[in-house]
Design a binder for this molecule. Structure first.
Ligand SMILES: C[S@@+](CC[C@H](N)C(=O)[O-])C[C@H]1O[C@@H](n2cnc3c(N)ncnc32)[C@H](O)[C@@H]1O
Length: 241
């Protein structure tokens, strides 16, 4: 146990964060009319690379496959744009980049993620088990590496047939401010060369302790937008538009 605590960094992967991310994916698809090539920065076990396989409930509207093995429900604090939940994007490709991917197809990987959920958080534990089963049925591709190095060459090679969507939650908090600037610059330069979307769930600079903001950017030409506020575990979402 002492060695485990010394050697093992904190590792979580919260599938409920997709409740906050979904409207941004739908918006990216709606505004471009394209299929999506997903690149998640810091996906851990990859639960949030499979967001289109889950069902969602926003008040009395439902999104997702009829037979989805997980339904994510939360508190929607203000209405989503009319028609947004009618969008059904096609995900053409999905790829994660993580310094330390967690392989939940192994008993060890699943146990590791279980160990980072607090005792008594029964709903999170149940969702984790469901998400493990979804990954085990068809694991997304996750490459081991530092996205500060890997992302730029990947974006250079991207196809314009689909819209590449780069996104992150709870990973940029591991970066220094210089490293964050460097990622933003990589995205900015890549955006000047062709269509690209970026979605980030992160603490707003003005309120580091409270909720997250859903930051969204679409290139070419789009200005940065804050679409929503949401809970850092995806329990509620407040759409700002
Ligand atoms: C707290 S987990 C978040 C997992 C998932 N995004 C979520 O929201 O549930 C943060 C992940 O970011 C990864 N990470 C941090 N810095 C990274 C970097 N520079 N390159 C690749 N992965 C990184 C960590 O290894 C870890 O798996």
């Amino acid at each position: 146990m002492a060695r485990f605590l010394r050697e093992q960094g904190m590792q979580t992967n919260e599938v409920q964060r997709c409740y906050g991310l979904l409207p941004a994916f739908l918006l990216a698809a709606a505004e471009t009319g394209k299929a999506l090539d997903l690149i998640e920065l810091g996906p851990s076990a990859g639960f949030n690379l499979l967001w289109d396989r889950y069902a969602y409930r926003y008040r009395d509207e439902r999104w997702g496959p009829e037979t989805a093995p997980i339904e994510l429900d939360g508190e929607l604090r203000s209405a989503l744009p009319v028609g947004l939940l009618a969008i059904r994007p096609v995900v053409r490709a999905r790829l994660g980049i993580d310094l330390n991917p967690i392989d939940v197809t192994s008993a060890h990987g699943a146990r590791l993620l279980r160990s980072f959920i607090w005792p008594g958080q029964v709903e999170r534990q149940e969702r984790l088990e469901q998400a493990i089963e979804v990954v085990r049925a068809d694991p997304p591709r996750i490459v081991r590496g530092d996205y500060l190095e890997v992302l730029e060459p990947l974006l250079d090679k991207r196809s314009d047939v689909a819209l590449t969507v780069v996104y992150q939650t709870a990973s940029f908090s591991h970066l220094s401010s210089e490293q964050r600037q460097s990622i933003e610059l990589i995205l900015e330069k890549a955006g000047e060369r062709g269509p690209l979307a970026f979605i980030s769930g992160e603490h707003p600079p003005s309120d580091p302790a409270g909720y997250w903001q859903l930051r969204f950017r679409l290139w070419p030409g789009g200005e940065p937008r804050i679409l929503a506020r949401f809970d850092y575990h995806g329990r509620w979402l407040e759409w700002l538009g």
